[in-house]
Design a protein. Structure first.
Length: 430
């Protein structure tokens, strides 16, 4: 009984071993053999390394595993491309996926492999095209490539592109940019002022800055001084550069709409003064928008109602213009000459009202003693003839105010000149 049990156990163990051997043989390499690995080692002339059968067997198994993985990945690319043929492009995509170097010299055309005749093992090779040496020798040699050289040609002459081979043909230009008729239609549409052209990219500001802008614009024109002071203090803080174009636009638009509201005009000039004085804002980029609003408060015919003290507003605006010229005159050399030209034209135009003359006079006086000496004093005599007729005809408060201002400016100028002459004489004596 015991002998039979031992025999049965031995038979089962033998069957199990046979099954394991068969299973291991099924996983053995059947494409890459150890002979293939040894042939590659001989081809690479690895004389310093000895590759035995066990090493070749392990290398063959590893190489076949990697090849199967790459081919499987290539098949995935082939299926996703909805093709039935595996190409070299699919293999290259699989190699890129594994950060491996791609294959070079192979196209996507299906290559035809042929079995090598007379070989003991299954060896395949690409079909080589047979060439006739006699035909190659009898054929003409190809022309030699030209030498590298440079040739100059006119790209355009006075805006007209010449029709030469180096330039694109008119047909290609018309195809690329459209016909001249369509271009003219587009240009006419762009020149049409009734069409509103909106920018492609909108200027987006944060919600916090929007709240700050609403706070400033609501309180800067408030009748309560505490609210105005808080708004002006907010303008002097940093981080408002992105709000600056909107603040300038607010000043320009509000000045244009409130020429009869003296208080709002004065508050807006105070706002402009705060923007000019602060060092956190680059207001020089928007001077071309701000200057017309300040000049309006300087030389406008009417500011507020008759009982308002518009003279003080004009004096304040003149000081702002002088501050801008002193601060940015070196950066923009045409700024001060253009302002002087505008004010001088307003001063010499006798058809202008006296309020405009007054703004021009105080504006020129604030720009410095040199402007007074060269431009204001030489024209006072001719201007006084017109002013005297208005003073003698009937009592005119505007004419009296202009006359007193001229006397004050001239008196201050000569007093300053006397002091300068006295200092020069003192230096000479010393």
């Amino acid at each position: 009984m015991n002998n039979n049990m031992n025999n049965n156990m031995n038979n089962n163990m033998n069957n199990l071993n046979n099954n394991m051997n068969n299973l291991s043989s099924s996983f053995s390499t059947n494409v890459i053999t150890k002979d293939f690995i040894q042939g590659i080692s001989q081809n690479l002339q690895l004389t310093n390394m000895t590759i035995n059968d066990d090493t070749s067997f392990e290398l063959a198994a590893e190489v076949e595993l990697r090849l199967r993985e790459i081919i499987q990945e290539g098949l995935k690319f082939m299926k996703h491309s909805k093709r039935d043929t595996l190409t070299s492009k699919d293999i290259n995509q699989a190699l890129r996926l594994r950060n491996a170097e791609v294959l070079y010299g192979y196209t996507n055309d299906a290559s035809k492999f042929q079995r090598v005749t007379g070989a003991t093992n299954d060896i395949f090779q690409l079909e080589d095209k047979e060439l006739n040496l006699n035909q190659i020798l009898e054929s003409n040699l190809p022309s030699a490539p030209p030498d590298i050289r440079l040739k100059c040609h006119w790209l355009a002459v006075e805006g007209v592109q010449p029709a030469i081979p180096q330039n694109p043909s008119p047909e290609y230009v018309e195809k690329l940019f459209g016909s001249a008729k369509k271009a003219k239609t587009v240009e006419q549409k762009l020149l049409d002022t009734s069409i509103e052209v909106k920018p492609v990219v909108k200027h987006i500001i944060s919600k916090e800055l929007q709240l700050i802008f609403q706070f400033i614009t609501a309180n800067i024109i408030s009748e309560q001084s505490t609210n105005r002071e808080a708004a002006i203090k907010t303008l002097t803080t940093g981080g408002l550069q992105s709000l600056l174009p909107y603040l300038i636009q607010f000043i320009v638009a509000t000045v244009a709409k409130n020429l009869k509201n003296f208080n709002k005009l004065f508050y807006l000039m105070q706002m402009a003064n705060a923007l000019i004085e602060t060092t956190h804002l680059q207001i020089n980029l928007y001077l071309h928008q701000l200057m017309p609003a300040i000049l309006t408060c300087l030389v406008s015919k009417r500011l507020g109602i008759p009982k308002d003290d518009h003279w003080s507003l004009r004096d304040y605006s003149a000081k702002l213009i002088a501050m801008i010229c002193n601060k940015y005159g070196n950066s923009y050399v045409t700024l001060k000459p253009r302002i002087v030209k505008s004010l001088l034209h307003a001063f010499l135009d006798m058809d202008k009202p006296l309020t405009t003359h007054y703004g021009a006079i105080v504006g020129l006086a604030e720009l410095g003693s040199q402007i007074i000496e060269l431009l204001l004093l030489p024209n006072i005599a001719s201007y006084y003839v017109t002013l005297e007729s208005k003073l003698s005809s009937q009592p005119n408060t505007e004419a009296i105010h202009v006359y007193n201002t001229l006397l004050r400016i001239v008196n201050s100028f000569y007093q300053m000149k006397a002091k300068e002459d006295a200092l020069i004489q003192q230096k000479i004596i010393d």
